[in-house]
Write a new protein. Structure first.
Length: 152
């Protein structure tokens, strides 16, 4: 299936090229904040545990901005992926500093494609482990408080 790998220039490729672009974006983390939506469709919908669903590139970009404000060093490593029809599953691990310590959690993203564009991403992970990392130490409380005070 031909999919849009870079909406800025209309570049198309197969799922493998799209996943490679996805992986490259996450490898760079926050430095790529303004490029995450380049691999998504205009009406992309993002769904993740514990977060309000967002739809459309402006809202989704803002959701990424808030995430990187809380976890500035957040990156991800793709372990494997699979595609079937108009769906791509990506198994990955996120790493960030939480409460002053390196923290890693596992995630699976499910992307739905329509007309060559990624139109929906559903993230599957257990948010309890991440919450405990924040709430289990005063440094985590401060990290969350700084985010809240900044209005993010």
């Amino acid at each position: 299936m031909s999919v849009v790998v870079d909406a800025r220039n209309g570049q198309r490729g197969d799922y493998a090229a799209w996943v490679a672009a996805f992986e490259d974006l996450w490898r760079g983390g926050r430095a790529n904040l303004n490029r995450f939506m380049d691999i998504m469709g205009p009406d992309i919908r993002l769904i993740a545990p514990g977060l309000k669903p967002t739809q459309g590139k402006p809202a989704c970009t803002e959701a990424f901005r808030r995430t990187f404000a809380l976890l500035p060093d957040l990156t991800a490593q793709v372990h494997r992926w699979s595609a079937s029809g108009d769906v791509v599953f990506i198994e990955m691990s996120f790493t960030a500093t939480v409460a002053g310590r390196a923290f890693t959690w596992h995630n699976v993203d499910r992307f739905l494609f329509r007309d060559g564009y990624a139109v929906e991403r559903v993230a599957y992970f257990n948010p309890a482990k991440l919450r405990r990392a924040f709430l289990g130490r005063p440094a985590g409380w401060l990290q969350l408080l700084r985010r809240a005070r900044s209005g993010l």
